[in-house]
Design a protein around this ligand. Structure first.
Ligand code: NAG
Ligand code: NAG
Ligand code: NAG
Ligand code: NAG
Length: 399
């Protein structure tokens, strides 16, 4: 196809440009005409398809291509800054270096909470069953970032698991800072191979074994990511982020991620892209645009550097179907076996854009290429739901 197009453009120019000459020197041997035509065709080809594009190289020999590439105008690729080059080198190195698998691989459960965790008793039950199959060795570690007050614990798994934390303001960069603080602390343990960010309103939907295998037996991170061309997506993008972050790469996603170790280290290593979001993606940024880094930084960052390494959906279920500012909250009266069955059987992720004509993007949740239920956790549950959840937990998880 491309070759055909090149040929057409060449023929057109050949007829227009060399025509007067053809008339003036009618007696000249036809080989001159052929030569002039060929040269002009080559120049047009080479200009339309610069040598880095192989189309021109198919028309002529590859040697000729290389020889001409030195004086042709450079392809319009932006030159990276020193900082970008070093970021890209570091990121590529991290992605090419899988972590050493420890004898006892663990999952880090990282809780982002203002204070005490209303579902600690439920999590306690969840963790108790982690020992059933594999002796007594911990296959998890718990970290709590309590941003407002010191939590009161009811479970031994949570005792003394607070990390040094700081204030978190909803929608501000301090939210991302808290996520990074949790990752840093959890990365200190070389046994942690996968990292889960959870909120105080999250509950487990399956038993420990299921969650452990779901996350450990795959090579991807479950980071939510989609393109929303509407005002609550790309509409939040600021050109101040240029040149490092382009609008075409700007993505959106829920903040509740799970991340493999390499990706967590990538986040640690990043300062350049983080600082762009810190400075130019915040509430009340400009022209009344409210940008929230916790919804855009990681989706954009991973879309740019490892798009095939992320699932594009979050394993934490949330119900936005009511179309309000906040997702549906589940209280005591909502907790039924049927509800839990409904949530745990969902096998398609749904993204709704904020454009005027709301576009609904539905995708099967593919785990190592096979369709599986999407969710391991769910939110938002109200504290009064605890007793009912404790009651049906063995039922819906099948323990
Ligand atoms: C994950 O990647 C490693 C190294 O690339 C590979 O050896 C392993 O089989 C992969 N595991 C899965 C579950 O795909
Ligand atoms: C996630 O989306 C990107 C495109 O944004 C795609 O390349 C990638 O394959 C998707 N990930 C999975 C696991 O399908
Ligand atoms: C469960 O799903 C079914 C079918 O979509 C629906 O009719 C029902 O209302 C749901 N129940 C709960 C408790 O969400
Ligand atoms: C769970 O509860 C539902 C409704 O109360 C019941 O029909 C079902 O048999 C129970 N399942 C298990 C595994 O106990």
């Amino acid at each position: 196809m491309k070759t055909a197009q090149v040929w057409r453009i060449g023929m057109k120019d050949m007829q227009i440009l060399p025509a007067p000459r053809q008339r003036a020197h009618l007696k000249k041997p036809t080989w001159i005409i052929v030569l002039v035509s060929l040269v002009s065709m080559f120049l047009v080809c080479a200009y339309v398809y610069p040598p880095h594009n192989s189309a021109a190289c198919y028309v002529f020999s590859s040697n000729g291509c290389n020889a001409f590439s030195n004086w042709l105008p450079p392809a319009p690729v932006r030159e990276f800054t020193d900082e970008e080059i070093s970021s890209r080198v570091v990121i590529r190195e991290i992605l090419n270096t899988p972590p050493v698998v420890p004898k006892n691989p663990k999952i880090a459960f990282m809780f982002l909470s203002p204070g005490s965790l209303p579902f600690e008793k439920l999590w306690d039950k969840f963790f108790q069953f982690s020992f059933v199959w594999q002796g007594n060795e911990d296959r998890f570690s718990v970290y709590v970032h309590a941003s407002k007050e010191k939590p009161v614990h009811v479970s031994r798994y949570f005792l003394n698991r607070e990390i040094r934390s700081d204030k978190v303001v909803w929608g501000k960069i301090s939210m991302v800072d808290a996520e990074r603080r949790l990752l840093t602390n959890a990365l200190k343990d070389p046994d942690n191979l996968h990292f889960i960010l959870l909120s105080d309103s999250c509950i487990p939907l399956h038993d420990f074994e299921y969650v452990y295998n779901y996350l450990m037996d795959t090579n991807i991170s479950f980071i939510d990511c989609f393109e929303d061309p509407g005002p609550h997506g790309s509409g939040r993008y600021s050109e101040h982020m240029l040149p490092e972050v382009e609008k075409k790469d700007f993505r959106k996603g829920a903040q509740w991620f799970t991340m493999k170790r390499q990706h967590a280290i990538m986040v640690m290593a990043d300062n350049l892209y983080y600082s762009k979001f810190r400075d130019y993606c915040k509430p009340g940024m400009e022209r009344n645009i409210n940008c929230y880094s916790d919804e855009h930084y990681l989706p954009t960052f991973f879309y740019m550097f490892d798009p095939t390494g992320i699932a594009n959906w979050s394993v934490t279920h949330v119900d936005w179907s009511e179309g309000k500012w906040h997702p549906k909250s589940y209280g005591a009266q909502d907790i039924t076996y049927e509800l839990m069955q409904n949530i745990t059987s969902i096998a398609e992720s749904v993204h709704v854009t904020s454009a005027e004509r709301k576009e609904i993007q539905t995708r099967s949740c593919l785990w190592n290429g096979n369709q599986r239920p999407c969710y391991l956790f769910a939110r938002k549950f109200l504290p009064d739901a605890l007793d009912n959840l404790m009651h049906i937990f063995p039922n819906y998880t099948g323990i």
